[in-house]
Write a protein that binds this ligand. Sequence first.
Ligand SMILES: [Zn+2]
Length: 294
Amino acid sequence: MLDLKVKKAVAAGAAGVVIVNDREGDMRGGLTGPQARVPVVGVRKQDGDLRGYAEIVASTMSERRVTRNLIVQTPQGRTDEVIMVGAHLDSVQEGPGINDNGSGSAAVLELALRMRQFQPDRAVRFVWWGAEELGLLGSKHYVESLSQQERENIGLYLNLDMIASPNSIYGIFDGDDSDRVGEGPGPRGSDEIERTFQAFYDSRGLPHTGVDFTGRSDYGPFIMAGIPAGGVFTGADAQKTAEQAAQFGGIPDKPLDPCYHLACDTIKNIHLVALDVNADAIAHAVAAYAFWDR
Ligand SMILES: [Zn+2]
C-alpha cells in the first residue's frame, strides 16, 4: 500500500512524500524496494497538518542482500505426495522476533529432530524461509522456482507463523471459508487440513477458532499455485475480543501479541503453554498425513 501511495505521488510530480498515519501512534511500515529517488517519511496523525512549507531530510540506504531458505527432507517416504511444513526464520528490523517467528521455527526444528525416529510413508520436507517480513520473498522464490511436476509432487503445505502469542487464541486457518470472513477458501484439501487441526484441539478438550485465510504469510505462494495449505496461528496485533476472552481466557481489548513487530518480542514474549500445545498440533497434522492410516 505504501509503495502504491509513493508511486502515485511521484507520478503526480512530488519531490518528496510525507505519509500521515490515520491511526494513533507512530507511523510504522516500509517500502518493499526503492520506489523512487525522492525522500519518503511517515509522521504521526497529530503531526500531519503540513500545509505550507516543509523540508524533508531523510537518510536511507538501498542495497542488495542475500537471504536463504533452509530445506531438509526425510530420506524415507514417497516423494510424489510430499508433506511440507514451514516457518519463516527472519524477523522484522525492529526486534528479535521471538514469537514472530522464533516460535514457529522452533516447532519445525523440534519436529524435524523427532522425525528421525520414524519412517514416514510420505516424505516430509521441513523449510525455514528467508525474508518473509519483506514480502514473502523466500517462499515466493521457492514456489516460482519449482517445475510444474515438482509443484504437483507437493501434497500439502503447513505453515507456522506466530504460535505462542502472549494473549493467545487457538486459531486455525479457515481453509473452507466456513466463517465467511475476509478471503475465500483455499485450494481443495485446505478444508480437510482445517478439520485435522480442529480434531486435534477437540481431542485435548481445547477451544479453537477460525482465522481468515488471507495468504499473508508463507502459505500465500502455495495457495496461489493451487497447493492445499493450512496452519495454526495465535494472533498478531489484533485486539482480543470479549468473546475470545470468554472462550480462551486472557485479557480482552488488548492485542493478542502486544509486542508484535516491536523490540519487546523477546523470549519473554512467549506463551509457553500455547507453544507446547501448538508444537503438538503440528506434529499431529504431519503424522496424520505422512503415515498411511493405521
Ligand atoms: Zn511472521
